[in-house]
Design a protein around this ligand. Structure first.
Ligand SMILES: *Cc1c(COP(=O)(O)O)cnc(C)c1O
Length: 375
């Protein structure tokens, strides 16, 4: 049979944990408590500990986590929120949904992360928050972000939706900003069997506000202190997440080993650029392994024909998305646009075998050799 390598494979992870997950889900189903119950409380406790934050609050998904975090900080109409255009659309959606205006700054040309050296220049009297995105699992240089934000009294929300377990100078993401947002979308490093998310923070006051907003503004049943909404993690997802959290560190280590294997085989190829080794004291958790090619679409097509599934995260920078065409088209962000045009995500997930990684590398070398000889 011809070998095919998938980009991601959440079913493979389920296979490995099936017995434990079935038992956990079955316990919830028999309990009769499906929201706001003990499994969510237990998971929140475990996840707060894992991220080194003092509090974790389960919410419906990562997009809600961002929206709730912004609302907890009272960010709204008239405010600007600084972020990047190389992210999943949700980062900007959340800003727009609270009525604020996204301000996009350029990304670093080597890493696709927020170019923190441009941050100070982007701050105005309207800046209410900064959302650095730990894209592909690699932490942003947070000391620089926190120093600039602190000097201006501006809040920082980490978009850690791709970075569960990533480390910055010895500290896990989720405890670096004022608040941090996580997604448990099934293919994330920590994924639920559906949607889920969390907000983490070390501020007791913000934790309380997040909890209120996510649960109808209610601290006591049928007593509503503020107008909130309904965005909750449910008991089944929390039980699944607790089961999977126990394997997250091992999964992240396996992703790192895969990334190293890719790097050793693809590091010196003509026509392909890799993101440099982690420096400034960061440990990526390789949610994605992203390379760059000037002829990205052709490389992707050829790899697909050879049995290698790839992805593009993301093909259109946020300011150029149709959804925002009336508002942000005037932004010119050459570096962000270049990333969108050239990035290609290679298969990576903990269950991927070394033989599959080697197969992917062979196919890439073969495609690039063909392209080079036809030029
Ligand atoms: C996945 C993701 C989100 C949104 O999470 P959902 O759970 O899908 O709503 C936000 N930001 C980034 C960077 C993401 O990767």
């Amino acid at each position: 049979m011809k070998r095919r390598v998938q980009l991601m494979n959440p079913a493979a992870q389920h296979e490995a944990l099936k017995v434990d997950i079935d038992a956990a889900v079955s316990r919830v189903l028999s309990s009769g408590v499906y929201v706001n119950g003990p499994h969510v409380a237990a998971f929140e406790h475990e996840f707060a500990e894992y991220t080194g934050a003092c509090h974790a609050i389960g919410v419906g998904n990562g997009t809600d986590a961002l929206r709730i975090a912004l609302t907890a900080l009272n960010v709204g109409p008239g405010d600007e929120v600084i972020t990047v255009a190389n992210s999943f659309i949700a980062t900007a959606e959340a800003i727009v949904h609270v009525g604020a205006t996204p301000v996009f700054i350029e990304v670093d040309k080597h890493t696709a992360l927020m170019d923190v050296h441009r941050l100070a220049d982007a701050i105005t009297e309207k800046t209410a928050a900064i959302i650095p995105v730990h894209l592909y699992g690699r932490p942003v240089d947070m000391d620089v972000v926190m120093d600039i934000a602190g000097a201006h009294g501006i809040a920082v929300i980490e978009d850690a939706c791709q970075a569960h377990g990533a480390i910055y100078k010895g500290r896990p993401v989720g405890s670096l900003g004022d608040l941090a947002c996580f997604s448990f979308y099934p293919t994330k490093n920590l994924g639920a069997m559906g949607d889920g998310g969390a907000v983490t923070t070390c501020s007791g006051e913000l934790a309380e506000r997040v909890r209120l907003i996510a649960n109808h503004g209610s601290s006591k049943k049928y007593h509503h202190d503020i107008v909130g909404w309904n965005s909750r993690l449910d008991e089944i997802q929390a039980a699944v997440l607790s089961t999977k959290l126990a394997t997250l560190t091992a999964g992240n280590q396996r992703r790192t080993a895969i990334a190293e294997r890719y790097r050793s085989q693809l590091g010196d190829l003509e026509g392909l650029s890799l993101i440099p080794q982690d420096d400034y004291g960061v440990t990526s958790v390789f949610h994605l392994f992203v390379v760059r090619s000037a002829d990205r679409d052709k490389l992707a097509r050829e790899l697909s024909a050879r049995g290698v599934e790839t992805g593009v995260h993301y093909p259109v920078a946020i300011h150029q998305q149709q959804a925002f065409s009336d508002h942000y088209r005037h932004w010119v962000l050459p570096q962000s646009e270049k990333w969108a045009a050239q990035c290609l995500s290679l298969p990576i997930y903990p269950e991927l075998s070394d033989a599959d990684v080697d197969f992917v590398c062979e196919q890439i070398k073969s495609v690039l050799a063909t392209v080079a000889s036809s030029n």
